[in-house]
Design a protein around this ligand. Structure first.
Ligand code: NAD
Length: 503
């Protein structure tokens, strides 16, 4: 595919250091991790992994078949009773030991993540720190969950609520934050007393396999299993298997639909964290410089390959020109480069050639639809799959670039004249993951936040997360809750036991 937009040369900072980012001999075994051990799969096919910053092949990873998923499910089934009976304190101590092990190996994990995804070291390090904190938080939450108090709610009958693990949970993760998205599932699922079979993205399995290697001595065999391979093969098998009690997927809407469909046959629970197209509603009284500075990070962090990214500016028409100028200044100063090109590199490549071409096709279509690039608008010279940080203006109403998830470094700017118009248009996309409102008017901020159809709404901020708070979408963004004590609820079942105490 050839994009119609011009390729910009010389804008990617290249590594000058010849030393590799990660020593090949430290790569984890490129096999499945089942029953506490790495092992080859039943099939013979492998899949090459590519470094998207350079286009070089890193290694080949086993491409699983349904029998591999079945073997991992059998291991998880065998382990579930003993693990489910452990005390919260015991599970909590194991989660803390996992957090410590990750912390001891944080540098290596960050470099491995950067190798597999091309992301800058500052992003990879943030991912690993976030993963560690997720395990620490869930270790505490496991011991401090609450529910309705035991008591007499019907005459002579004492009611007690038991919170139980579900059993075996199938997990499917995406490529944008490979270890972090895995940690968001693994930590609460184990904390709640379940066992796991996890299928990482076929493009980015390395840190998940490293996690298995690093924690193999901390978890009983079979409690945590990894099967590498394709979604429609391994993910599908996990979703349809009768001995999997729940399927949890973070990924695109199409993959979410596929697992929900497959899960329906066995009526298993489904937990979905899907795409997003987060609007920023910027009123005329907002601190425009703060909004532009915030969007520099919120729109372009992880190269915009971020489900909660601020992608869709709706700015009051009276301040649109001023805001756009501030935004272009901010975004124009982003440092784009290879992960080893310096600690100040802020933006890396797209994850793959296919995704790079998809984002470029979006840019071509946006420009054909009448939008103009106030900044960027095309590819950056290779090698690697780099795209220029882009700001699109003059976006016609309903244009695909402002409605569909592009998942690249692209922000659209549209204008509005009334608050009602801003809200209608903010809510008109099929997604409902995140949104932000920018105003100095406190009453307006509360009211608008309550009328935005999104699972997370920031006021005068965007893309700040906390392990204590839930992350979950509405509408097409799915219905699972990651992070916080709510995730523990999602991965547990509540049983009511009623004692007749009449005498
Ligand atoms: P993707 O849907 O292509 O893949 C995600 C995972 O699903 C992969 O492991 C893939 O192999 C698997 N998969 C694909 N088809 C499947 C099928 N038919 N059955 C079972 N599994 C299947 O998504 P991606 O490209 O890896 O990630 C980007 C998407 O993830 C974006 O839409 C993004 O918004 C979303 N995302 C959402 C969140 C969130 O918290 N809501 C977080 C990160 C990413």
């Amino acid at each position: 595919m050839t994009s119609t937009a011009a390729t910009i040369s010389g804008a990617v900072r290249r590594a000058t250091d010849a030393a590799p980012i990660f020593a090949v001999e430290q790569l984890p075994p490129a096999q499945h991790f089942i029953g506490g051990q790495f092992r080859p799969g039943a099939g013979s096919e492998t899949q090459p992994l590519e470094n998207p910053a350079t286009g070089e092949i890193i290694c080949e990873v086993a491409q699983g078949v349904a029998e591999d998923a079945d073997a991992a499910i059998a291991a998880a089934v065998a382990a579930k009773e003993a693990w489910g009976r452990t005390l919260p304190k015991q599970r909590s101590e194991i989660l803390l030991a996992i957090a410590d092990r990750l912390a001891e190996n944080a540098g290596e994990l960050a470099r491995l993540e950067a190798l597999n995804t091309g992301k800058p070291m500052m992003v990879a390090e943030d991912d690993i720190n976030g993963s560690i904190d997720t395990f620490r938080f869930m270790a505490g939450a496991a011991r401090s969950t609450t529910s309705i108090a035991a008591g007499e709610y019907a005459e002579d009958h004492l009611s007690v609520i038991l919170r139980e693990p579900l059993g075996v949970i199938g997990v499917v993760t995406p490529w944008n934050y490979p270890l972090l998205m895995a940690a968001w599932k693994i930590a609460p699922i184990l904390a709640a007393g379940n066992t796991i079979v996890l299928k990482p993205s076929e493009q980015t399995p390395l840190t998940t396999l490293k996690f298995a290697e690093l924690t193999a001595d901390l978890l009983p065999a079979g409690v945590f299993n990894v099967v590498t391979g394709l979604g429609p093969v391994i993910g599908q098998r996990l979703a349809e298997h009768p001995q999997v009690d729940m399927i949890a997927l973070t990924g695109s809407v199409n993959s979410g639909r596929a697992v929900a469909r497959a899960a329906a046959e066995t009526v298993k629970r489904v937990h979905l964290e899907l795409g997003g197209k987060a609007p920023l509603v910027i009123f005329d009284d907002a601190d425009l410089s703060a909004a532009a500075e915030s969007l520099r990070a919120a729109g372009y962090w992880n190269s915009g390959q971020e489900c909660g990214a601020g992608t869709r500016v709706l700015v009051h028409e009276s301040v649109a020109e001023q805001f756009t100028q501030l935004l272009v200044e901010q975004v124009g100063s982003l440092v784009v480069g290879e992960p080893t090109a310096g600690a100040d590199v802020e933006m890396g490549p797209m994850i793959s050639k296919a995704h790079y071409e998809r984002v470029l096709a979006h840019l071509d279509r946006a420009q054909a639809d009448g939008a103009k690039a106030a900044l960027g608008g095309g590819a950056l010279e290779g090698p690697g799959y780099f795209i220029a940080p882009t700001v699109l203006v003059d976006v016609p109403a309903g244009a695909a670039c402002a409605q569909e998830e592009i998942f690249g470094p692209v922000v659209t700017v549209e204008t509005f004249s009334t608050e009602d118009e801003a809200l209608t248009r903010a809510n008109e996309v099929p997604y409902g993951l995140a949104a932000s409102v920018w105003t100095r008017d406190a009453q307006r901020s509360h009211d608008v936040a309550s009328r935005l159809d999104a699972g997370t709404v920031w006021v005068n901020s965007h893309l700040v997360l906390a392990n204590e708070m839930p992350w979950a979408g509405f509408k097409g963004s799915g219905y699972g809750r990651d992070l916080s004590a709510y995730a523990l609820d999602d991965y547990s079942r509540t049983k009511h036991v009623m004692h007749n105490k009449a005498r």
